[in-house]
Design a protein around this ligand. Structure first.
Ligand code: COA
Length: 142
């Protein structure tokens, strides 16, 4: 996952997690991850966390050379299906403002913008970006 994350996340925005952050979250109760694998190579992943009847999609990433083939969409749809199976009624996620590919993916998957945190992310050059919160209802098919 770390290798995919290093490839997937643009270092300018400082969004990639450290190994300690990843393992610290993955060992928490209610967390789960899924890998997209092509010929023994991990090309994408999701990391989610369930808290009672809500699920948070913490990370989704696809290697650059594997993008635009629907892998991100499959990972997101799988996360939603699994969250529903675990009893979640909604899924939340946060995105850096201006992340056009992620925004398109989330809209396609039925997420709508429900909030914004001003200047939440800080890029490596100190530039600030809002965090946009998206929500998807898991009760209805979308
Ligand atoms: C977001 C991401 C996971 C999408 O993965 P992917 O495998 O390319 O996703 P898909 O192939 O399923 O495509 C999803 C949609 O994004 C669209 N898309 C891809 N790149 C785009 C771009 N630069 N601008 C706008 N839309 C874009 C695709 O066209 C597709 O929409 P469509 O079906 O309506 O055409 C991938 O770009 C990524 O890893 N980004 C870096 C990590 C990141 O920012 N993660 C989100 C925050 S945790």
């Amino acid at each position: 996952m770390l290798v995919v994350m290093a490839d997937a996340f643009d270092p300018r925005f400082g969004e990639a997690w450290s190994g300690a952050q990843l393992t610290g979250t993955m060992i928490q109760a209610g967390s789960w991850t899924r890998l997209a694998i092509d010929d023994d190579l991990v090309v994408g992943f999701t990391l989610c966390r369930r808290i009672v009847d809500e699920t948070e999609l913490l990370l989704v990433g696809v290697r650059r050379d594997w993008r635009g083939r629907g892998i991100g969409s499959i990972l997101m749809a799988t996360a939603a299906t699994e969250a529903t199976g675990f009893g979640a009624r909604s899924m939340f996620l946060e995105m850096r403002d201006g992340n056009a590919a992620a925004a398109q993916l989330y809209h396609n998957q039925g997420f709508v913008e429900v909030g914004r945190r001003r200047d939440y992310y800080r890029g490596v050059d100190g530039q600030r970006f809002d965090a946009i919160t998206f929500r998807r209802n898991l009760d209805v098919a979308s």
